[in-house]
Design a protein around this ligand. Sequence first.
Ligand SMILES: [Zn+2]
Length: 148
Amino acid sequence: MSDILYRFIPVDCENIVQPDHQAAIGRLSFEGRELEATCLDRIEFADAGSGFEDVCCPFCGESLLGWWQEAMDAAYSAEAGFGSLKAALPCCGKDGSLDSLDYRMPQGFYRSMIEAFNLEDEGHDPHEVLDALEGVTGFPWRLIRAYY
Ligand SMILES: [Zn+2]
């Protein structure tokens, strides 16, 4: 059986967890499960592990997998993380963003992330975590299920 890592990231990758949020997140207890946010000074990408399937154009639906890998490499540096996520899409020529492509399994960019293994196996609803995080921080979060 594979493990599922639940990754919670802000919908807007520029949103970061503030120190007073950290304390409130630490007090969110899901039957003894402690949640803690990782915060970075750069933007990184949270993938879906082996759940990664494809990445497609949100406008015309064409698969962009080959182009996407090159665009991700071009936008990334090991020291600074991701720079601009804007990109002209090669399929239909529309202006897009690496953050708004159609990732068949949810994935995304982040500066703050909270991770927890196997929440659903233990009877926790990850959408309750999403709601609780939005309540604490005041901005919306998204859920990524990473399979290992
Ligand atoms: Zn397109």
